[in-house]
Design a protein around this ligand. Structure first.
Ligand code: HEM
Length: 361
């Protein structure tokens, strides 16, 4: 108790240090400044008329003609670049560092969540082989996609200065191939996991109670849950919907200029009160797809870091579910009590049916 109180007192200090680290991240400010001024030149300031001419064309009065001069410098490209290297990279980094600090704090506050009655030695089947295969296909490919994707966004600020241009370029080029090809494995795993688990993830009244009790994460309670609790349902739907969206935008980036999903999506959003331009050039389509792909990717990565923590280090006995598929009955009763009751009932019914069908000797 004493140790916990001392720790609690340190919480504000931990947060102060964390924020200090976050705000002192050099490469983030570098990303921003290098993105805001293309080429980091003073050309825009010193030769305003010339740049305006190159960007907006000369209204058809030159040999270049309007069409060609308009594409010499594409202003939307500058906007896209400054969003990608500015807020997208900056807030993504804040989110990733933030969740790591939060989890470190939670671990120091709560420690590993233990099975309060201890292991019983008896197990119950939690996930069949097909469910585990689907999970690991989706999870394994996602982890590689996440690492190679993060390298595309932050590699030049973190790895390039350490590894040098030759090694960095080999790593990044092979990473890009891995990113492209493994996306298909991810889509397959995503679809299979959806089919396996959707029926267990329909929201119910029980979820409200689970959320009201904070899932027992901040006290010793174990709110009732079936196969998946409300927290897991949130992860499930975020992965399924985010996974679908990131797959579609990734498809548009892999096969460029073949879709106009962004203008179609904006058209739908306009029907519910938004006022977005649906008159997008093919390049703008690609730029928006890239920004959206980055946002969804970063949000998923942040959520999945928390998921990986709770499925491994954070909770005793949880990893078995996805490893062997068998979990200890005491673990199952504490975290998914109603599911254990349902499974026991199913087994009893199957026994009864078996003995009725048993031919008389
Ligand atoms: C090393 C990485 C990972 C570990 C150790 C891990 C562990 C687990 C475990 C133990 C469960 C079952 C929990 C239970 O029995 O109730 C689970 C479920 C699940 N995992 Fe993972 N996982 C990992 C990576 C991922 C990734 C990358 C994704 C998605 C891209 C993912 C998506 C899911 C989903 C949707 C479920 C079902 C809902 C839930 O339990 O939250 N997992 N994972």
């Amino acid at each position: 108790m004493l140790a916990k109180n001392t720790l609690m007192k340190k919480v504000p200090l931990i947060f102060l240090i964390s924020f200090y680290i976050i705000f002192n991240f050099n490469y983030i400010s570098y990303a921003q400044s290098s993105g805001e001024v293309p080429g980091a030149t003073s050309g825009l300031n010193s030769d305003a008329d010339l740049w305006r001419y190159i960007r907006q064309g000369n209204k058809g009065n030159t040999q270049l003609g309007n069409e060609l001069s308009a594409v010499m410098i594409q202003s939307e490209g500058d906007n896209w670049r400054s969003i990608r290297n500015g807020p997208l990279s900056r807030y993504g980094a804040y989110g990733i560092i933030g969740i790591l600090i939060l989890l470190a704090w939670y671990y120091s506050y709560k420690g590993r969540i233990k099975v309060s009655k201890g292991f019983s030695g008896k197990t119950i089947t939690r996930f069949k082989a097909i469910e585990r295969f689907s999970h690991w296909l989706m999870a394994g490919s996602f982890i590689v996609l996440a690492i190679t994707g993060l390298n595309l966004l932050y590699g030049k600020y973190i790895l390039l200065p350490i590894l040098g241009p030759e090694t960095f370029s080999i790593i990044t080029t092979s990473g890009k191939y891995a990113h492209n090809f493994l996306s298909f494995a991810f889509m397959l795993g995503l679809g299979m996991s959806f089919v396996c688990w959707v029926s267990h993830n329909i929201p119910s009244k029980l979820d409200v109670e689970w959320l009201r009790q904070g899932g027992g994460l901040f006290n010793e309670s174990h709110p009732p849950a079936r196969k998946f609790n409300a927290g897991q349902k949130i992860i499930f739907w975020a992965v399924m919907l985010g996974g679908l969206s990131i797959s579609l935008s990734g498809w548009a980036l892999m096969f460029p200029f073949e879709t106009n999903m962004m203008s179609k999506t904006f058209g739908i959003l306009n029907m519910i009160g938004f006022n977005l331009s649906t008159d997008l050039t093919p390049l703008q389509e690609q730029q928006l797809q890239q920004i959206w792909h980055g946002i969804v990717g970063l949000v998923l990565i942040i959520m999945i870091i928390a998921h990986i923590y709770i499925g491994s280090l954070g909770m005793q006995g949880a990893f078995d579910a996805m490893n062997s598929g068998e979990v200890d009955r005491n673990w199952a009763k504490e975290h998914h009590g109603l599911w254990v009751e349902e499974e026991d009932q199913k087994a009893k019914n199957a026994d009864k049916k078996g003995s009725v069908n048993q031919p008389a000797e």
